[in-house]
Design a binder for this molecule. Sequence first.
Ligand code: AHR
Length: 507
Amino acid sequence: MSSARIVLNPDAVIGAINPRIFGSFIEHLGRAVYGGIYEPGHPLADDRGFRRDVVALVKELGVSAIRYPGGNFVSGFRWEDSVGPREHRPRRLDLAWHSVETNEIGLHEFQDWLDLVGSELMLAVNLGTRGTAEALDLLEYANLDRGSTRSDQRAADGRPDPFDVRIWCLGNEMDGPWQLGHRSAEDYGKLAAQTARAMKAFDPDLELVACGSSSSAMPTFLEWERTVLRESYDAVDYISCHAYYENDGDLGSFLASGVDMDGFIRNVAAVADAVQAERGSDKRIDISFDEWNIWYNTRFENVDKIAGVDNWPVAPRLLEDVYSVADAVVFGSLLITLLSHADRVTSASLAQLVNVIAPIMTEPGGPAWRQTTFFPFAETSRHAGPVALDVSLTSDTYETERFGTVDVVTAVATYDQTSGSTAVFAVNRRIDGPTTLEIDVSALPGPVRADAVSLFDDDLDAANTAEDPERVRLRPTVPVSRTDDLIRIDLPAVSWTRVLLLPAGRG
Ligand code: AHR
């Protein structure tokens, strides 16, 4: 049996957790919007066509900000197509996903849906096929109270009050050759800077995200960030990170994906700080990890792509990955990594939310259900307190092909001073057996009682499907022993666990 130990100390603060760390992402891609959040005619659709079952699941998941409308899609998107009377909206080719976009759902309808789920809009502008002028038009349309043609148009389109979007993405993955309008770091940096300065001339308090690398495997990784930030440092607030992981058969390495994400964050932060030092600036650039997930991208590259000059489907089934228990455990560890960098990662978006590499799946006219990855996200967003704690982890290790020697356990804790509750999130990466986790609670105020749940299964490939939507669910975990100072829990092989420590006597 392997072991690990953590020490909970409310003074060992990593940083305040920005609720935006529990953000997500909806792109006009596949069945995310059409047939996902929106399906008029479904028995559970409301009078605007939004599926009530999906709304309930999104609320249960607990997502803060939702990035929209892309993704690769945004780099060819004309926002004007998606506002105004629906009957006048054009059908357009979406070159990113080889589909037809009907524009039946646009900015207004998406905001209506966000109002239902209680999430904030994080809006991306097109810096692929378009530029600063169109971004400014959209900003004026969305955020100006009244008095200009654009703002009056918004009111006439049904929203007298501005959308007041606070956080904006300056394009998407502009380092990627697949991106419409892909350009060099210098060219993108100049465009991002010009656009950001213009947007801040309208409202200096906007929060603006410059595109970082689309993955740490890009040949331009870090040089891209350095060049973009050198051009745009004063005008932007965040640099983005995107990372997707998949199990290529080397389970030990896959389980250690959080190590890669951790290095990614450290490296991007180091480059941002180096540019800060070069400039002698007081300002720090934060990280918006605005695409992260498990994604079987190689399968998409080889099988799912749509092609053909005469083949442009509407809302095809794309990227509908089915997630296993092992995927959910890695997913949970990525969330642990993000929280471990709460002082720097102040915005993050689980990519994506419904049907497309998503924790929530739907069938047309049929059910909506939770994928395995739903559970770690919902539990973490629900139970995380306002600050992240460093847990002084000591752990047995194992050897991996890709990352060398890796801790068997990864963990983070959060603390809520008001309620006195502490939440621990831990993953056991050991494949062949449980790991005993010792939690030193001696520094917590007063005696505590523990409530714990885990995600694990004898079958690591087990998944939830339309036919068997509750095959995988959380299971209660009972501590094997406890004193006032020490709680011992056996973490099952390949498992994700949430432990909530509440002051004894509180509900
Ligand atoms: O989330 C799916 C796609 O992954 C997004 O459109 C793109 O930004 C990334 O490459």
